[in-house]
Design a binder for this molecule. Structure first.
Ligand SMILES: CC(C)(COP(=O)(O)OP(=O)(O)OC[C@H]1O[C@@H](n2cnc3c(N)ncnc32)[C@H](O)[C@@H]1OP(=O)(O)O)[C@@H](O)C(=O)NCCC(=O)NCCS
Length: 173
């Protein structure tokens, strides 16, 4: 089926985006990150946060976060406004991280996703991520397992799954 593609500008997230991203978190997750938590991530030298901007009105339609530890990449957040979904916005954000991983010779990108979040699991699958394990009762509100999904760029996939313990837990990712 042909889906509408939405034109967005992908830019580094800055403090001017924080109110909109915090609002997006509240819409998307049962355990949203607060504005303060997001602000702290902007000051984290190991973190890279991106915002997808609507070029028509400058509003934030999506965002995503990545933590880099040595040659390991942990995707912490991906969220898109409900009215802008299925138009390629999350894919565009993830593609930036994949290109970063390739360009910076990361061993892998990894993330956790709620076991029932079939849409997100399909998204990550479409970007080359594969299920490599499960964390029992990882999420709260409601309590649920996480599926660990990893895309390797030459490293050991099992090492990636274990090391994901260090990634930030989140209501969705
Ligand atoms: C999951 C989410 C980020 C996807 O964002 P998106 O911009 O709609 O994703 P894309 O348009 O780039 O989707 C790319 C592909 O992923 C798959 N996909 C995405 N959402 C899907 C859904 N709800 N159901 C089935 N497949 C889906 C499809 O294969 C899709 O390609 P297609 O539209 O051509 O069929 C968005 O639904 C969201 O913000 N959800 C709430 C927050 C969340 O769950 N975040 C992820 C936490 S791990």
């Amino acid at each position: 089926m042909e889906h509408l593609r939405k034109e967005v500008r992908i830019v580094p997230m800055t403090h001017e985006h924080l109110d909109e991203v915090a609002a997006l978190e509240r819409v998307c997750f049962s355990d949203p990150w607060s504005r303060n938590m997001l602000a702290e991530e902007l000051d984290n030298a190991c973190a890279a946060y991106l915002a997808a901007i609507d070029p028509q009105d400058g509003s934030v339609v999506g965002y995503a976060g990545l933590l880099v530890v040595a040659d390991e990449g942990y995707i912490t957040n991906v969220a898109v406004r409900p009215e802008s979904r299925r138009a390629g916005v999350a894919s565009a954000l993830l593609d930036v991280f994949v290109n970063f991983a390739v360009g910076n010779r990361l061993a892998f990108l990894t993330l956790e996703v709620r076991a029932s979040n079939y849409g997100a699991i399909a998204l990550y699958g479409s970007r080359g991520f594969r299920g490599v394990g499960r964390r029992r009762n990882y999420y709260q509100h409601p309590k649920e397992d996480a599926v660990i999904m990893t895309r390797e760029f030459g490293g050991d996939v099992d090492a990636g799954a274990e090391a994901a313990d260090g990634a930030a837990a989140h209501g969705g990712v």
